[in-house]
Design a protein around this ligand. Structure first.
Ligand code: HXC
Ligand code: NAP
Length: 270
């Protein structure tokens, strides 16, 4: 068996990554391409997705970028077909397109709630479902990008947390249905990741950023590379027996508020 982190462990493999024009998903695309995969990148904006693909091709990798909205099933299905026609059957799918903003529920419009559910949850189903007919089986590895808020509730995030909770359960359901065909379905749950749109939106001020950091057991934000390494591992044979799981890569974010530590603890009795 190959080693997950050896160079070119994905040589000859084909990966489709949705939401890949920036941030965490572009980091994943970069990591999979470095490992030898041919990558198809998807996002809404033709300019942003073509620029992302260009970054990879200029680094010597095989990459294409296509504009498609994950809310539009037919558009995603067309890119899946093009991926197979161009690169061959798809071995790896990363479904990570998302939209988010902080909004108190009492001020969140029905359309605001629906929009995030449509991008994050329905969009993820669309990507995984549309890829199904184009997967290289047995052995395909599918993964969605979820968040700790799927399990641990937080304020001003009812839309995103509900969508991500749906993704977690969808992951388990699809793993059961598609496992017999040799398809693994998992999700990755990142904590706050430095230099991303997500953190810019959810921790918009230095004070809030510091407060968030202090609540993490590991007291630090993660990097795009931290998440990309988990995606790489899930893409390889080393993860052949892992399906239906949500892998937390979150500095302990999902555990809850860890801001009380040994220094602030009450003195021992006696
Ligand atoms: C309240 C808002 C809002 C805001 C938009 N809406 N922004 N409501 N506060 N800040 C409402 C609008 O008023 C509208 O409702 C509805 O949402 C749809 O807005 P549109 O702008 O028409 O939607 P669209 O163009 O489809 O854009 C989607 C978007 C946008 C989510 C609103 O922000 C986007 O494209 N984001 C993509 C990038 C992104 O968010 N990246 C960060 C992901 S981080 P009305 O009623 O007025 O019509 C992440 C972290 C997860 O996901 C961790 C926690 C779970
Ligand atoms: P990001 O850079 O904004 O990434 C979101 C991507 O989705 C962009 O490429 C965006 O490109 C694309 N996108 C948005 N709506 C789309 C649609 N309808 N159809 C197709 N593509 C769409 O944000 P990020 O912070 O790196 O987040 C990436 C993933 O990680 C998301 O799933 C997010 O929920 C998750 N996450 C992030 C954090 C964090 O700390 N950042 C924490 C937990 C989970 P276009 O604008 O070109 O469409």
């Amino acid at each position: 068996m190959q080693d997950a982190f050896r160079d070119q462990v994905l040589a000859g493999k084909v990966a489709l990554i949705a939401g890949a024009s920036s941030g965490i998903n572009l980091g994943i695309a970069q990591r999979l391409a470095e490992a030898g995969a041919k990558v198809m990148l998807i996002s809404r904006s033709p300019e942003r997705i073509e620029a992302a693909a260009r970054t990879l091709t200029e680094a010597g990798h095989t990459a294409l970028g296509r504009a498609a909205d994950v809310r539009d099933y037919d558009a995603i299905a067309a890119v899946c077909q093009e991926t197979e026609d161009t690169f061959g059957k798809i071995d790896i799918v990363v479904s990570g397109a998302a939209g988010n903003f902080r909004a108190p529920a009492a001020h969140l419009s029905a359309n605001g709630f629906r929009t995030v559910i449509e991008i994050d949850l329905i969009g993820s189903f669309n990507v995984l479902r549309a890829s199904f007919a184009h997967l290289n089986t047995p052995g395909a590895s599918l993964m969605s990008i979820t968040a700790p808020g799927a399990v641990r509730p937080s304020t001003f995030q009812v839309h995103a947390n509900a969508a991500k909770a749906g993704i977690n359960q969808m992951t388990r359901c699809l793993a059961m249905e598609w496992g017999p065909a040799g398809i693994r379905v998992n999700a990755i749950s990142p904590g706050p990741i430095a230099d991303t749109e997500g953190v810019a939106r959810l921790a918009a001020t230095p004070e809030r950023e510091q407060a968030l950091r202090n609540r993490l057991a590991l007291r630090d934000y993660g990097t795009k590379r931290d998440i990309a390494d988990v995606a790489l591992f899930l893409s390889t044979e080393n993860a052949r027996y892992i399906t239906g799981t949500v892998i937390d890569c979150d500095g302990g974010s999902g555990l809850g508020d860890a801001s009380e530590d040994a220094l602030t603890a009450p003195p021992p009795r006696g």
